[in-house]
Design a protein around this ligand. Sequence first.
Ligand code: SF4
Ligand code: SF4
Length: 222
Amino acid sequence: MSETTKKKSIRWVEEPELGFWETTFVPAVLKGLKTTLRHVTARKTVTQQYPEVKPELPLHYRGVHRLNRDEEDRVKCVACMMCATACPANCISIQGQAAPPEWTDRDKFPKTFELDELRCIYCGMCEEACPVDAIELTHIYDLTGESREDLLYTKDKLLNVYDQTREDHRDPLRTGRGVLGPASEFVDLPALGPATSVPENDRSAKSETAGVIRTTGREGQQ
Ligand code: SF4
Ligand code: SF4
């Protein structure tokens, strides 16, 4: 941006000079009273009588999490750690375990799954990251507990939230896409392009071994 354009796009605001009436604050007080009177006499009620009347939440409201079950009532999660990796508040911890041989549709499932509802910022990134739509945020907003531990949601508790909300139909938006979600059902993935352009003089990038992940020779011993 040239200096002249820069100067043109800057607008200087001078501090207004106060007259006699402004210094008494009477006009400002009258203006405030006018606004108050307008709201007092308005017929439209905006106050919500909570908790007697429960609020109508928007469909995309993000409340307490749930872990969904699949058609066979198993936990849908495949312990891929995508949600824990995406979580900016670092409040999900998962311990994966090899799936039983009869579970032919997955390699792993979560042995433990813990989500700290107190640390969570309800951003919905875990929900977005999950490739199988296993974790979701529900409409439940009135979360209470008597201790911090009460709000550390375990796998059983998260599955329980699913059991309580599955028939509610207020949270069906993001589930019901089959056993696995759309992200896992891609068959024709586009070829990945280079993440960065390689400078002409970068000899290491042109080497035959560039990008090769070296093995330690100890695989299978750990
Ligand atoms: S909603 Fe956001 S902060 Fe909460 S668990 Fe999911 S990713 Fe983490
Ligand atoms: S992203 Fe989904 S499948 Fe992967 S660990 Fe989290 S809840 Fe489970």
